[in-house]
Design a protein around this ligand. Structure first.
Ligand code: 3MF
Ligand code: MG
Length: 347
């Protein structure tokens, strides 16, 4: 069943980047961070995804008062621009104190740093009027299995989630699973792992997931089935739509650019579930190609949004009576031909 959701879109300021990769430096000048926010509305975006230090740069070196003051200024800026903060994520992968992970680090001192940083992240979210913390558990995993006690690591993740729920009774936590990169193996590789953690927590209604297309593909899974699983549990907080060309480094390609049918199915699953009707965002996490010149680069954002909206039209134009006939007859060959021709714009 198709809905008529009016989708609203979000991205994070890191999506306007300078083209550096592990093998080479920036290829474009930096566009000033504070000026990125004026781009959102004209590009068709309303929601801003934040890392904690996108709101308060250098927060490790600031006092609590300084952090509160900066968050208040960002809140006012967002209001002026007509923007909504979608979530704040603690950047727990950059510091020398998170080299071996954050909540699952073997070092008690590093775990303490991670918790202090997480509380600051929650304070920042509160300061900008946002009730969602996203946990991309970047370094919660291992390069070699023997490095950590994996059972203990899961307990530590659960303890952290419970401590966050208790620290602020109003926040939701959305876990963004990813199977690898930067670690060899991550502890929360799929939405199933995230949902298990949610149900084990002290208040599962406040623990959900954020599914990134590329991360699901890296786990060898179909993003649309991952989304459907989360939706079946009412645990799809948001999405990071993008694309990924096979099992290689996390590419964050434009939505639909590598596999249109996989993208179509994500849109179909979201549409069928009425995703977005309660204000959920269509979040993008897409990276401009290194070869692209200009400053700021935004074509990858508008392209991904445009492709999403075209796919919404495609989903709404499906002949569902015909699909049901094919299902009843168990004629999936005919169903597939119909769908591929539909995607190609053929009758
Ligand atoms: C890593 C990611 C991250 C997260 C972001 C918000 C750079 O693969 O997808 O984007 O989405 O940190 O949690
Ligand atoms: Mg992401």
């Amino acid at each position: 069943m198709s809905t008529s959701t009016n989708y609203r879109f979000s991205f994070g300021p890191w999506n306007i980047s300078e083209g550096a990769d592990p093998f080479g430096p920036e290829t474009r000048p930096a566009f000033p961070h504070e000026e990125k926010f004026a781009l959102y509305r004209p590009l068709g975006f309303e929601g801003v995804q934040f890392h904690d230090d996108d709101v308060v740069p250098g927060l490790d070196d600031l006092t609590a008062d300084q952090i509160v003051a900066k968050a208040a200024a960002v809140k006012a800026m967002l209001a002026n621009q007509g923007l909504v903060p979608e979530f704040v994520a603690p950047r727990l992968w950059f510091s020398p104190r998170t080299v071996d992970g954050a909540y699952t680090a073997n070092s008690a001192g590093d775990r303490t740093y991670a918790w202090e940083r997480t509380k600051k992240c929650i304070d920042i979210a509160r300061g900008i009027g946002c009730k969602v913390i996203v946990l991309w558990l970047a370094r919660e995993g291992t390069y070699i299995r023997e490095a950590k006690d994996a059972r203990l690591a899961y307990q530590r993740l659960l303890e952290t989630i419970n401590a966050m729920l208790a620290y602020d009774p109003e926040i939701e936590i959305w876990i963004e699973p990813k199977p690898n990169e930067p670690t060899d193996q991550a502890y929360v590789p799929t939405i199933g792992h995230a949902v298990a953690l949610a149900y084990a927590s002290d208040d599962h209604r406040r623990v959900k997931g954020l599914i990134e297309s590329a991360h699901a593909i890296l786990a060898g899974l179909d993003p649309s089935d991952e989304m459907a699983f989360a939706l079946a549990h009412d645990k799809l907080g948001s999405v990071h739509l993008n694309d990924q060309n096979g099992l290689k480094y996390d590419q964050d390609k434009n939505f639909g650019a590598a596999n249109l049918r996989v993208a179509f199915n994500q849109v179909r699953v979201l549409e069928d579930a009425g995703y977005g009707s309660r204000g959920e965002f269509i979040g993008l996490d897409v990276k401009a190609m290194r070869t692209q010149s200009g400053c700021p680069v935004t074509a990858h954002l508008t392209a991904s949004r445009e492709i999403f909206l075209h796919l919404v039209d495609k989903v709404r134009a499906i002949d569902s009576a015909l699909i049901n006939q094919f299902r009843d007859a168990r004629d999936y060959e005919a169903m597939e031909l119909y769908l591929v021709k539909h995607l190609m714009g053929l009758k």
